[in-house]
Every structure is written in structure tokens, then in C-alpha cells.
Design a protein around this ligand. Structure first.
Ligand SMILES: [Zn+2]
Length: 302
């Protein structure tokens, strides 16, 4: 949607530089004084960096100050050119709603999780994790949905095959849903944000680290961060611990992105919590070690 033209026509202050791919206004749902309310340029999605997600049409009626009956006409009126140009120029999230490939696990998928000390049932309930099944594009993978404001907006699938088998088949260990198939570009947000509601949070390397360590932990599915993700971190948190895997490459990335996040005014601390327990990543931690780390970082037990 062409929010720039819409807000210009209606003389509403906006800012397109807060977050790439979003047009921001003062949020009409909270006491926001700046530009925390973002309309996603690619789709019908509204998210406030202070108070969370809201119904897109309601956000639009409040911001533009029109009635609910008029909003569909307005959307139609300002759709088109801008979004069409964007679509021609770059890959964009196009999906409106996502349905997971299955809603359960095969015995092999269950075994994969249990061997890593995870309860398939708990992961399914809390993180909407499912298996990919034995046929189709997501076969032999654990599907890890990327969720924002309770809605599945993309996912990645972790292979359950052995390292040897993965190399033999030349398939990726993690396979991502494409940008076009996603509701939101997965490189613009972070994993587990819905469970990071305090101003302090911990950035880990992988989604399994996050699921092992619980609320207050988030990740970007790897050691890379995009500019949009760094801005997202700045908007949400005042203190961030970076806890990447215990290997040289990962620690170099932790320092690099730590400096970038700190330069935006966030208090950043790089921690070597795994090394303290002689472990390499979150997957290797026991439950009591998890609780010790949570306590040391000032997070509540969970
Ligand atoms: Zn708000």
C-alpha cells in the first residue's frame, strides 16, 4: 500500500526511516509520542514497537480518523502503484496467512527431539513446533515457526538426518521458507520476540538455544543480523546480552554486532555462559544449568 501518499494527502506525520519496509506513525493505541506505530509496506500488517500488533484496518481508521465503513475504499484507493513498483524491484513477503505443513510429529522426528532432551509436546504447545512429515518440501525436518504477535509469519526447517546423510544429499541443514511465501520478511524480525517482554533480553545463535533457555531469549537463526533486525533490537530492548556458540567465528560475530547494537544506545554485554559449563551451545545445557544462567543474567525462572 502507498502509505507515503496516503499520509501526505491526509496531512499525517510519518517516517519511513525507522525500519526498512515500514511506514511509521505515532501509534494510536498507546501513549506513543514518536513514531513507534509501523505499517508494513508489503502487506496489511500493523505493529507498534511499544504496545505490539493490532488489527490493520482498525489501526488505519484510527490514524486517518475515518469510519470503519470507509476503510476498504481507502485501502483500494491507495493500493497499486507503489506496491506494484516494489514488487517489480525486490523480493517481498506476499503471504497473508500461513498453514504449517503438518500438525504433528513422525516417530523419527519425535526421536530427534527427545535425543536432544526436548519434549515434542512442550515445544509444540509453546513454540508451535511441528514435523515436516515424510513427503513434500519439508520432509525429514523439524519446522520452527517464526511468530510475531501470536501469528505465524514465516518458518525454518531443521533437518533431522545425520550430518553424513545431509552432506551426501547436498541439502541445507536449515531450510527457510522463502520471503515471497512469508507474511513478513524473516530477515526483518527475530525469533521468540513474543516471549521477550522485558527491556532486557539475550541474543543466542540458534532457535534450539532459545527453546532450551526460554523466555527472554531470542535469535536471528544464525550469527548474522540485518540492519532491520538491529533496529528492531534497539526499539525493543535497553540491555542485550549476546550469547553465541563457543567457537572463534561466532565470537567474532558477537563482537561485531555487539558494537553495532551498542552504537544505537543499547547496553550490550557479551557473555560466555556456555564456556562456564564447558559446553559449546545451548542444546548441550542441562535444566539446572539453564536455571543458573537465567539467574545470573537477571531473568526469572521459567
Ligand atoms: Zn502503541
Amino acid at each position: 500500500m502507498n502509505f507515503v501518499k496516503l499520509f501526505t494527502d491526509y496531512k499525517i506525520d510519518f517516517n519511513t526511516r525507522v525500519n526498512r519496509g515500514w511506514t511509521n506513525v505515532t501509534c494510536p493505541f498507546c501513549d506513543d509520542k514518536t513514531f513507534n506505530g509501523g505499517f508494513n509496506d508489503a502487506g496489511d500488517y500493523f505493529h507498534c514497537w511499544k504496545c505490539g500488533g493490532h488489527d490493520f484496518k482498525e489501526a488505519l481508521t484510527r490514524v486517518v480518523n475515518i469510519s470503519f465503513n470507509e476503510v476498504d475504499i481507502l485501502i483500494e484507493q491507495y493500493a497499486g502503484r507503489n506496491s506494484l513498483l516494489n514488487k517489480l524491484n525486490k523480493k517481498q513477503a506476499k503471504a497473508i496467512q500461513l498453514t504449517l505443513p503438518t500438525n504433528t510429529f513422525t516417530p523419527a522426528e519425535r526421536k530427534y527431539l527427545k535425543q536432544r532432551n526436548f519434549s515434542p509436546k512442550l515445544l509444540h504447545e509453546k513454540y508451535k513446533i511441528v514435523g515436516g512429515g515424510i513427503t513434500g518440501a519439508w520432509k525429514y525436518r523439524i519446522i520452527i515457526p517464526l511468530i510475531l504477535d501470536g501469528k505465524i509469519v514465516s518458518w525454518t526447517g531443521r533437518s533431522i538426518l545425520s550430518k553424513q546423510k545431509i552432506d551426501e544429499l547436498k541439502i541445507p541443514r536449515y531450510k527457510n521458507l522463502s520471503i515471497e511465501q512469508s507474511v513478513i520478511d524473516p530477515k526483518s524480525i527475530l525469533y521468540n520476540l513474543d516471549n521477550c517482554m522485558s527491556k532486557t533480553a539475550v541474543l543466542t545463535e540458534g532457535a534450539f538455544d532459545v527453546m532450551r533457555l526460554g523466555d527472554g531469549f531470542f535469535c536471528s537463526f544464525g550469527t548474522e543480523l540485518t540492519q532491520a533486525q538491529i533496529i528492531e533490537i534497539k526499539n525493543r530492548f535497553s540491555k542485550v546480552f549476546i550469547m553465541f556458540d563457543n567457537e572463534v567465528e561466532a565470537q567474532i560475530k558477537a563482537r561485531k554486532f555487539g558494537l553495532q547494537i551498542a552504537s544505537m544506545g543499547v547496553d550490550v554485554e557479551i557473555v560466555d555462559a556456555y564456556g562456564d559449563f564447558d559446553k559449546n551451545d545451548g542444546g548441550e545445557l542441562t535444566e539446572s544449568e539453564v536455571q543458573i544462567i537465567r539467574k545470573e543474567l537477571g531473568l526469572n525462572a521459567c
